[in-house]
Design a protein around this ligand. Structure first.
Ligand code: SF4
Length: 154
C-alpha cells in the first residue's frame, strides 16, 4: 500500500484532535473529487512498518492528546489497500483501545467484500458512498454530499 499524506495532529478530518492517514488508490473517480492526486495506487510513498509504528506512538503520546485515527484517501477499502489497513486497525484497537477510528470510503456498507467487512468490524465510524457533485452540500458535517451516510458502528 502507498500513502499520500500523514498528519500526526489534525483537527479537520473527524471530531477532536486526531492522527489522519490518506492512503493512495481509488477506483471511484467521483466528479468533483478534491483528492485526485491520490487516485493512483502508485502515488505517494510506500506505507512501511515505520509509518505504522509512528501512528501507534502518536496515538499513545500523552503530550498531545489525540481522540483517534482517521483513515481517508484515496480509498482505505481499495482491494489492494485492505490487507494493510486491516493490519493497522487491528493494531490500533489492540494497542490504543481508548482511541476511535473513523474511515471514509467510496464503497457502500451493504456491498463490501468479506475482507472489507473485517476492517469495518475494527473501526468505530464509517462514512460511505461516492461523492456526488449534484448532491454536494458544504453545510454537511464529515461528508461532502447528502447521499453519503455516517454509520456509527459501535
Ligand atoms: S471516493 Fe473519495 S477519493 Fe475516491 S474519487 Fe470519490 S471523492 Fe475522490
Amino acid at each position: 500500500m502507498n500513502i499520500s499524506q500523514y498528519y500526526s495532529v489534525d483537527v479537520i478530518n473527524g471530531p477532536g484532535t486526531r492522527c489522519t492517514l490518506f492512503v493512495s488508490g481509488c477506483v471511484h473517480q467521483c466528479k468533483g473529487c478534491y483528492n485526485q492526486s491520490t487516485w493512483s495506487l502508485n502515488s505517494g510513498v510506500e506505507f512501511t512498518q515505520n509509518h505504522e509504528d509512528t501512528i501507534i506512538r502518536d496515538l499513545q503520546d500523552d503530550r498531545i492528546y489525540r481522540r483517534g485515527l482517521s483513515l481517508s484517501g484515496g480509498d482505505p477499502l481499495h482491494p489492494q489497500n485492505v490487507s494493510a489497513v486491516l493490519k493497522l486497525v487491528k493494531r490500533v484497537k489492540a494497542e490504543c483501545p481508548d482511541k476511535d477510528i473513523w474511515m471514509w470510503t467510496g464503497y457502500v456498507l451493504g456491498g463490501l467484500s468479506d475482507l472489507q467487512k473485517q476492517v469495518i468490524e475494527n473501526i468505530d465510524v464509517l462514512i460511505d458512498g461516492k461523492f456526488e457533485q449534484a448532491l454536494a452540500d458544504p453545510s454537511l458535517q464529515w461528508r461532502g454530499s447528502s447521499n453519503q451516510v455516517i454509520h456509527y458502528l459501535k
